[in-house]
Design a protein around this ligand. Structure first.
Ligand SMILES: NC(=O)c1ccc[n+]([C@@H]2O[C@H](COP(=O)([O-])OP(=O)(O)OC[C@H]3O[C@@H](n4cnc5c(N)ncnc54)[C@H](OP(=O)(O)O)[C@@H]3O)[C@@H](O)[C@H]2O)c1
Length: 239
């Protein structure tokens, strides 16, 4: 497996929670981390400081123009990207009988459209250099149906299939894989989470560090590992 020492890797939504865990881990592995954020500037500054004063990039990923501008800014300030971790996403709950077009777009613009266009921007650059690794963070909700999150499940199932299709499109130079987290709480707790954890073979929720472990595996794997979806969910997807 390759080392991440000196590799340049963009993590989207890196200001807090799972994205922050991934950024900190990549920094600890010796990578040069590019920290993307949208609204959490203070959190992003904190993560960046802990990642050796890593550079910050602000973009609303709903906008393809802002995605393209962010990649141009990275070209100009950091140089070529070796890796991309598409972590940023939204999560909402709606009765599918009540959801509106705006509610649907709110989720899909970030969770699926932005993931595609970030992959496109990164892959155009990685293809010309002959090497790259992309990790898309999907979700257990992209593998299992959740009635009150049908719109979210559809967006994350889209990320799963996008990962598989782009692995075919971007090979052999670029590996494209996905990590599908189960329940990863950061202080919040509710009945639905409680029920899921009760059904989890591991008997506990997961941590951002455990998601970061899987991300590091895919970023360092050879190109013989591509198009794969790794559920890091304590075994919940096996139920
Ligand atoms: N936590 C879990 O239990 C769990 C379970 C399954 C899957 N996942 C997946 O794991 C990933 C991280 O989860 P999380 O719970 O840590 O996520 P989160 O905190 O809900 O969101 C991560 C980041 O996404 C960014 N984001 C949202 N909308 C954006 C936009 N329009 N433009 C740019 N950035 C935007 C936010 O950045 P700013 O704060 O800077 O605005 C936010 O900090 C997500 O893909 C999520 O779907 C999480």
């Amino acid at each position: 497996m390759a080392s991440l020492e000196g590799k340049t890797i963009l993590v989207t939504g890196a200001a807090k929670r799972i994205g922050r865990s991934i950024a900190l881990r990549l920094h600890a592995e010796g990578a040069r981390v590019a920290i993307h954020y949208s609204t959490s500037e203070a959190g992003a500054r904190q993560t960046a400081a802990e990642c050796g004063n890593a550079p910050l990039y602000r973009a609303n990923l709903e906008s393809v123009a802002e995605i393209e501008a962010m990649f141009r800014e990275i070209d100009a300030t950091l140089g070529p990207l070796d890796g991309l971790v598409n972590n940023a996403a939204r999560f909402t709950r709606f009765d599918p009988l009540e959801i509106t077009e705006a509610d649907w777009d709110f989720i899909h613009d970030v969770n699926l459209k932005a993931v595609f266009f970030c992959c496109q921007q990164a892959a155009r650059r990685m293809k010309s250099r002959g090497h790259g690794r992309i990790v898309n963070i999907s979700s257990l909700g992209g593998l299992r149906p959740w009635a009150e999150h049908a719109h979210y499940c559809a967006s994350k199932a889209g990320v799963v299939m996008l990962t598989r299709a782009l692995a075919k499109a971007f090979g052999p130079e670029i590996g494209v894989n996905s990590v599908a987290p189960g329940v990863i709480p950061f202080g919040e707790w509710n009945d639905a989470m409680e029920a899921m954890v009760r059904a989890t073979p591991a008997g506990r929720p997961g941590t951002g560090a455990e998601i970061a472990d899987a991300v590091v595996y895919f970023l360092t794997a050879s190109n013989f590992v591509t198009g794969q979806i790794l559920a890091v969910d304590g075994g919940l997807s096996q139920r």
